[in-house]
Write a protein that binds this ligand. Structure first.
Ligand SMILES: Cc1ncc(COP(=O)(O)O)c(C=O)c1O
Length: 338
């Protein structure tokens, strides 16, 4: 499988590091926890979308587009990174923000919302939760065309058969790093949202005959519906690459117990996980994705899901800028600790 046949821009240097989290691992006398630091990827504050955008933006440029349009939640990391790559390429960027939690959009709020403006977003369109985002983005594309320009629409989270290539590259990196470090990873734990990270990684690993289980922690959907989503992206990517491979349903692993009351709504376990990793490893997770994913990893360790001494690789997909939009819940935790 040769991914170099696809157009790609480069927004990071070399493989992201894999670190052993010694102090965190010691707490439970269970598995050895390793972390792949995709939070250190390039573009503004990094994170998983940078890998997908290398292929998506390259396709946009190849098609002669000068404007990127994408969508996300009001504190979307994907929107921040799409905008940052647009700036780097001298393109414009329009954002459609879905107010998934009613009343959660504040035009002058902190976190990623602030960065949208600092990075020079062209327009922000806020729509209520449940809106057909593709329709709204298509309308934006017409407005861009009326200005004599050409837009490229990137779907939610950059999760499609083009964005998936970014996480197939990550799979290649992990396999190489495992070999170079002389460490076998027995399980990989990843956040499963719009699905491109989990699906690309799983497909990439299987395409290289690497059979490690990839455990997705859902931050939004019930497991069966997340699996449907992942299967759909995987099938399209297989078709794009003309791969002679199938990913059976039972190979798609998703836990949905850590979502709490819904997407982006904090859980106590998330706050505890973010706090613990900050205080034991000096690493910043985020409240919406990696914090809930880590709360899942911790719970699964406590339940004995992983064998003692197994090597578990947690993929840190970034997102820390949105911590600043969640200050009260963390200050509550700090007050309890005093
Ligand atoms: C920090 C972070 N981690 C994980 C995810 C989930 O990745 P995916 O949408 O590819 O499932 C996102 C999605 O926006 C994210 O911003």
């Amino acid at each position: 499988m040769d991914l170099s046949i696809f157009p790609r821009r480069r927004y990071y240097q070399g493989p992201t590091p894999i670190e052993k989290l010694e102090r965190l691992s010691r707490i439970w006398d269970g598995p050895n926890i390793f972390m792949k630091r995709d939070d250190t990827l390039g573009a503004a504050f990094g994170g998983n979308k940078t890998r997908k955008l290398e292929f998506l933006v390259a396709e946009a440029i190849q098609q002669g587009c000068d404007t990127l349009i994408t969508c996300g939640a009001v504190q979307s990391n994907h929107c921040r990174l799409t905008l940052a790559t647009a700036v780097k390429e001298g393109m414009k960027c329009r954002l459609v923000l879905e107010e998934r939690v009613p009343g959660s959009y504040h035009p002058q709020s902190s976190g990623n919302n602030f960065l949208f403006h600092l990075l020079g977003v062209e327009t922000v369109t806020v729509v209520p939760g449940g809106t057909n985002l593709m329709e709204v983005m298509e309308k934006e594309a017409v407005k861009v065309a009326d200005l004599g320009r050409k837009a490229y629409i990137i779907p939610t989270g950059g999760s499609n058969e083009v964005g998936d290539l970014g996480y197939m590259v990550c799979a290649q990196e992990m396999i190489r790093q495992s070999f170079d470090m002389g460490i076998t990873f027995h399980k990989i734990v990843v956040t499963s949202g719009s699905g491109g990270t989990h699906s690309g990684l799983l497909l990439g690993l299987r395409a290289y005959h690497y059979d490690v289980p990839v455990i997705g922690i859902s931050i939004n959907r019930k497991s069966e519906s997340e699996k449907d989503l992942l299967q759909g992206i995987i099938n399209k990517t297989i078709a794009k690459l003309d791969l002679d491979i199938t990913i059976p349903r039972e190979d798609i692993l998703v836990f949905d117990e850590y979502v709490g009351e819904g997407y982006s709504r904090p859980t106590q376990a998330m706050v505890d996980a973010v706090d613990l990793v900050a205080k034991t490893e000096g690493i910043l997770l985020d409240p919406v994705y990696t914090g809930k994913c880590m709360s899942g990893l911790i719970d699964l360790i406590k339940k004995g899901y992983f064998k003692k001494g197994e090597n578990v690789l947690f993929l840190h997909t970034g997102g820390a800028p949105s911590l600043y939009a969640y200050l009260p819940i963390f200050y509550e935790k700090f007050a309890q600790n005093q």
